[in-house]
Design a binder for this molecule. Structure first.
Ligand code: C2E
Ligand code: CA
Ligand code: CA
Ligand code: CA
Length: 274
């Protein structure tokens, strides 16, 4: 998919105020973007290393703006997280993902979906109410939890997670190794999986520092009985290295770029040779 880059637009447009105004005016359109169906879901497969099969997919959002084209989540997600909008968006994302999953299931296609969820959404008990309203089992849902800020009070988040786990939802700690004290999250919150950030995976086949970081992260995770996901696997060499290191799942462009739901389903059926 083509991606417009707002930053390059700003770069060539040497008026810094204009830059700021434009960015703000686009972000102001975010609340309406949900209602106007401008958010599109893409799916990126995770391959189970033991079986070589696609066992789940990460849901990645794209904002298809009528003028700007496709806008990357890195550009607007931080803004959503600073405002209350992230709760509205995440509720919409849960609903839409479950609808797509149910549609697939009617065709006999089952696929676990992992949704990106900032920890802020778990501080708020309203997510429990949202999820309680679905009468289907939520075993097919995983949350990839991301945190960009320092948190001190784990008590409430931990109790929301424990409650959601009763519905069958699982949790992965996203972007492991970056950001604030990821190890303290592992210590204080009931995660099921650890997702090693692509920063360490990308060059692990040529860089021994990265290789050693990945190796010891896997060992740490395993010692805590967590499943390990590696993200940013771009070549088969890295895939094979991860398999040797006993990593559980690999995700990355080596299989495909993220796909829209229809293409994703076809891709999985071929890949898994159903
Ligand atoms: P993330 O959760 O770390 O997602 C992984 C990002 O790495 C995705 O970028 C994915 O397309 C990309 N990626 C996966 N494999 C490879 C690879 O082999 N090579 C390279 N170079 N990249 C790879 P994307 O889709 O641009 O998403 C960026 C970030 O935006 C995500 O990082 C996540 O933090 C956030 N995001 C995306 N969708 C959502 C959403 O629905 N909700 C929230 N809250 N955040 C989201
Ligand atoms: Ca993620
Ligand atoms: Ca990441
Ligand atoms: Ca990220």
């Amino acid at each position: 998919y083509a991606r417009t880059n707002l930053f390059s637009y700003y770069y060539f447009n040497d008026n810094i105020n204009k830059l700021h105004d434009k960015k703000l005016s686009i972000l102001n359109e975010l609340p309406a973007a949900i209602e106007n169906n401008q958010f599109h879901l893409y799916f990126h497969p995770k391959i189970e290393l033991k079986t070589g099969l696609i066992s789940s997919a990460e849901v990645l959002i794209r904002w298809v703006h009528p003028v700007e084209g496709i806008i990357s989540p890195d550009l607007f997600m931080p803004y959503m997280e600073e405002t209350n909008l992230i709760n509205t968006f995440t509720n919409w994302l849960i609903k839409t993902s479950l609808e797509i999953q149910e549609g697939w299931e009617r065709d006999g296609f089952f696929m676990k979906l992992a949704l990106n969820t900032p920890i802020a959404c778990l501080k708020n008990k309203s997510i429990i109410n949202t999820l309680k309203n679905y009468d289907k089992s939520l075993k097919g849902l995983e949350f990839e939890i991301l945190e960009r800020n320092l948190i001190e009070d784990f008590e409430e988040i931990s109790s929301v997670m424990r409650c959601l786990k009763k519905y069958g939802i699982t949790f992965a700690l996203d972007d492991y190794g970056t950001g604030f004290s990821a190890i303290s999250y592992l210590r204080n919150l009931p995660f099921d999986k650890l997702k090693i950030d692509q920063m360490f995976i990308k060059n692990m086949n040529i860089d021994s520092k990265d290789y050693n970081i990945v190796k010891s992260s896997i060992a740490l995770g395993k010692s805590m009985e967590l499943k390990i996901i590696a993200e940013g696997v771009e070549n088969i060499e890295t895939f094979n290295l991860l398999k040797k290191l006993n990593c559980d799942y690999a995700q990355g462009y080596f299989s495909t770029k993220p796909l829209k739901s229809k293409k994703f389903k076809t891709f999985c059926i071929q890949y898994n040779d159903y």
